[in-house]
Write a protein that binds this ligand. Structure first.
Ligand code: SF4
Length: 364
């Protein structure tokens, strides 16, 4: 478990009276606490005093009240890209881990603070009528778009509030996406029927070199095993797949390790996605992660403006990994994340909405 110790905690106006604020403050009795009107001035201060603004921002915890609508359609809907019918709720921005490929380094470049939205009550008040008024729709809601869903669960315990709520819903599932092994809070929940916990996995050498601060592969898999035995549904993301000499063997071993720990019949799905980035991110990665091997291969621009491995290399990687997975299970749902329709068609022979089994899967 990561020991997160913020340098400072900032409470924005309007965030003081929430139970989660009190809860978080009680876990950091020695951290300086400041009241601020809004957090932009803190970023300006960091810019004056630190060369690694993003790294410094991760250690400034801002407690804020989110004032807009929480529920959003997954931003995977972009030109030429197939989206997997998914909603996101952003309860936090930024992450304690420091993966070299993390898109947040570019996305949060101008406001890199660790922000936790404390008005979970407002979120639940928004979601309850939304789910109730659309009984014909299935909502798959993830919290891991701008953070790791569980990395700070021991100090910012969202699951205590979210899981009991989702357990009562007829047409909604909560997806917690993580690289963490921080599942103690989850294991205390009773009967977590509407919750999927999914782990992003990579071979140990990638974890070591490109996923700074994250738990090792065996720790993630052990956390997954405990959650599955507790009754959580579990999934895995092989994402981002990174190609390097020997990747076939490394990913083969990874697939073996997964199925050795969790029986295929107990896995909801596995998603595959390859390394991708916007052009600005490349420069940031090179500055912040000098030992990265991410740019040892060639990447080309896709319709959505992101750079990816050549399509033939991506197809080969997806087919290779799908083949490893199929040796263990031919039934398991394997889908591609943030990929073009040409690659979907090339690898699976179909588009996601052209297949009954996939339709059911995305509807769930
Ligand atoms: S775990 Fe996810 S959000 Fe956190 S640094 Fe890594 S890629 Fe970024």
């Amino acid at each position: 478990m990561i020991l997160f110790r913020p340098d400072n905690i900032y409470i924005e106006d309007g965030a003081e009276d929430f139970s989660l604020t009190r809860d978080i403050l009680s876990r950091f009795p020695e951290t300086p606490v400041h009241r601020v009107e809004e957090s932009l001035s803190i970023t300006e201060e960091i810019k004056k005093t630190s060369l690694d603004i993003f790294g410094k921002g991760k250690k400034q915890l801002v407690l804020s009240r989110f004032k807009g609508s929480f529920l959003k359609k997954c931003p995977g809907i972009s030109p030429g890209i197939v989206c997997c019918n998914y909603y996101v709720v952003n309860l936090m921005k930024n992450c304690v881990y420091d993966c070299s490929y993390c898109f947040l380094q570019g996305f949060l470049e101008n406001n890199p603070l660790m922000v936790a939205y404390v008005n979970v009550e407002d979120l639940l008040e928004e979601l309850a009528p939304m789910f109730h008024n659309h009984p014909d729709r299935k909502f798959r809601v993830g919290t891991g778009e701008l953070t790791d869903s569980l990395a700070l669960e021991d100090v910012i315990p969202y699951s205590d509030r979210l899981i009991p709520f989702f357990n009562k819903q007829e047409n909604a599932v909560l997806e917690l996406k993580t690289k963490s092994a921080n599942v103690d809070q989850l294991l205390k929940q009773e009967n977590p029927k509407n919750v999927i916990v999914s782990w992003s996995l990579n071979p140990p050498e990638i974890i070591e070199r490109e996923e700074k601060g994250t738990p090792q592969l065996h720790q993630r898999l052990e956390a997954a095993r405990l959650c599955q035995e507790k009754g959580y549904r579990v999934g895995f993301h092989f994402d981002p797949i990174i190609l390097y000499p020997g990747w076939e063997r490394a990913y083969k071993d990874l697939v073996e390790e997964v199925f050795f720990t969790i029986p295929s019949s107990k896995i909801e799905w596995i998603s595959l996605g390859s390394f991708r980035y916007r052009s600005r991110l490349k420069q940031i990665i090179k500055e912040r992660h000098e030992t990265t091997h991410l740019f040892n291969s060639e990447h080309v621009s896709s319709k959505d403006g992101k750079f990816r491995y050549l399509r033939s290399l991506r197809n080969n990687a997806y087919e290779t990994l799908s083949g490893y997975i199929k040796k263990h299970s031919t039934d398991l749902n394997v889908y591609l994340c943030m990929e073009t329709k040409e690659v979907w068609e090339g690898v699976t022979g179909k588009m996601p909405r052209s297949d009954k089994k996939l339709d059911q899967f995305f509807d769930m």
